[in-house]
Design a protein around this ligand. Sequence first.
Ligand code: ADP
Length: 425
Amino acid sequence: MAGWRKEIGTALLLLSAALLAGTTVGHTTYWLLLVSVYFLLNQIVHINRFERWIALGGKRQYPKASGIWEDIYYHVYRIKKNEKRRNRKLSKMVDQFRKSTEALPDAAIVLNTDDQIEWSNKAANSVFGLKPSDRGQRIPNLIRFPEFINYLKAGNYKEAVILPSPMDSRVTLAVRIVSYSSGLRLLLAQDVTELKKMERMRKDFVANVSHELRTPLTVLKGYLETLQDMDDGSSSLLSQSVQQMKDQTERMQHLVDDLLLLARLETQKKTIQCIDVPALLSQICKEGDALENASRRIELTLEADTHILGEVQELRSAFTNLLGNALKYSPEDSVVKVRWHRTHEAVVLDVEDSGEGIALADIPRVTERFYRAEVKRNKKIQGTGLGLAIVKHVLMRHDAKLGIVSKVGKGSRFSCYFPVSRICN
Ligand code: ADP
């Protein structure tokens, strides 16, 4: 403001001087014109000086000026200085961030919307064998595993994809993509070799133990049956003990069978064929009827003659488990409904009972291994707690989902949703 006042003061002073000169020596217009030209030229000189200073980045101390030009120089100089300070701070932060990501043990790559590499850290370079010249290259050209390319294309980055390192096949990587601002994505790869090794050891251990337990259990069961045959009923304690031993041996046999099935589901390769699900369901329901000795309990409705691609033994065991549970956890005289139908997005199997139901808090947990909901019942219901874990695993291998709707005392509905992409007839 002071600059403006000084500028206006100077202009008024020059005008007054021109007017004074005009009235004393005449030619007022010339004097006024002279003063205006001087004023204009002075401004042009200032503008020129300012342009030269700003063209050089406005970094150096600004030239000496007075009036409004001093204010302009001062303000621009101050803005430039602040900007410089901010830039210095920002580049320090970027430097620190770069150093910390370089020190990360996990590989990190920034991808743009065209899947091109924008930036990668040291770990990414050694894990994926990237070179500085790979910047700007498309990642599918460098990491060529089909699982990875499908994962990248699908755009569903909720879970990680497991890959061997392209540099060393003994190293297993869990690769995850995280989307952030305007199409940029961060690819993170973590070395999970040890974790996967331990997981494999656990699976192998469970599978081996289960396998080894099979023979002794069969022998035990055989002897117990012989003992039962030989029992003349003279000692009720002996009869009861043998019966209990036989029940427990059978229970252990179920447990071992379920554990072996789960181990197979985790390790075996899928052999896919087109399955006539209505025929499979009819057979399973018939077997269920025979098992239950109450042919009116199972009501099968086949609303769609849809066949799906899958593994028949796996689906058989999943469906049998669902039907078995519905029969087990509902009164003997109640109806169990089995329905095969189609919606827009899926082909669905519903298994519905009007039994004891499942408490809301238990629903998310019933598919966990060995989880059995605690329910007060008159009669103990035998089970391994592995049935629904098997169902979940089988459905996962068929890209299907399990839905559970249940109300305590009213009943439950278990629904298997198969994607329409699996339809094969
Ligand atoms: P299991 O039946 O051998 O105990 P599952 O894994 O098949 O093991 O089921 C886990 C638990 O889920 C069961 O113990 C039971 O509490 C509950 N559950 C499963 N199906 C039903 C059902 N249809 N009605 C009520 N509860 C059920």
